[in-house]
Write a protein that binds this ligand. Structure first.
Ligand code: MN
Length: 167
């Protein structure tokens, strides 16, 4: 990644990413998954370190950063693009969308969104990801129809995944 003179990110929605990190760590510390033991009892286990517990999304603007500078002809359209992205993210994730920042320190301006699995004790960021939901639904349908395929046609998922990426 090439960075000319680092500029601080601009907070454009919610809380700063540092606060998301703190909230994330608290959520994971309080989280658990339930496992059924051989004797039928249910045990609670802490969240594993390798679990995906934070969802992030990146949207990148096609024009160059210098083309959308303050006062430029393309600035208003860019600001509208930001508004539409925030609106879409809020509709998609509701209160779980905690932060959106704008980065203008690279070739193309872009925004990063941070989404936490609030209200889910198992802290599963995968289940927040619409692409993951589509995959699970497609697999469930395939099982119901007797085609126990583990690899279904995942073209649409891949397109969605390029927009929404779980970390
Ligand atoms: Mn960035």
């Amino acid at each position: 990644m090439h960075v000319d003179g680092p500029k601080p990110p601009n907070l454009i929605y919610g809380m700063p990413p540092q606060r998301v990190r703190k909230k994330h760590d608290e959520l994971v510390a309080a989280g658990y998954v339930e496992a059924t033991l051989k004797d039928g009892t249910i045990a609670r286990r802490g969240i594993r370190k390798d679990r995906h517990t934070l969802l992030t999304a990146v949207a990148s603007y096609p024009l160059l950063t210098e083309q959308i500078a303050d006062g430029s002809a393309d600035r208003l359209e860019y600001e509208r693009w930001i508004e539409l992205n925030i609106r879409w993210l809020k509709e998609m994730f509701g209160d779980r969308l905690l932060s959106v920042v704008e980065h203008v320190d690279e070739k193309h301006p872009h925004i990063h969104a941070f989404i936490l699995p609030l209200g889910d004790a198992s802290c599963s960021a995968r289940h927040l990801n619409p692409a993951w939901q589509v995959k699970e639904e497609a697999e469930a349908l395939a099982r119901e129809s007797g085609k126990c395929k583990t690899r279904s046609n995942n073209g649409p998922q891949k397109r969605l995944l390029s927009a929404v990426v779980a970390e």
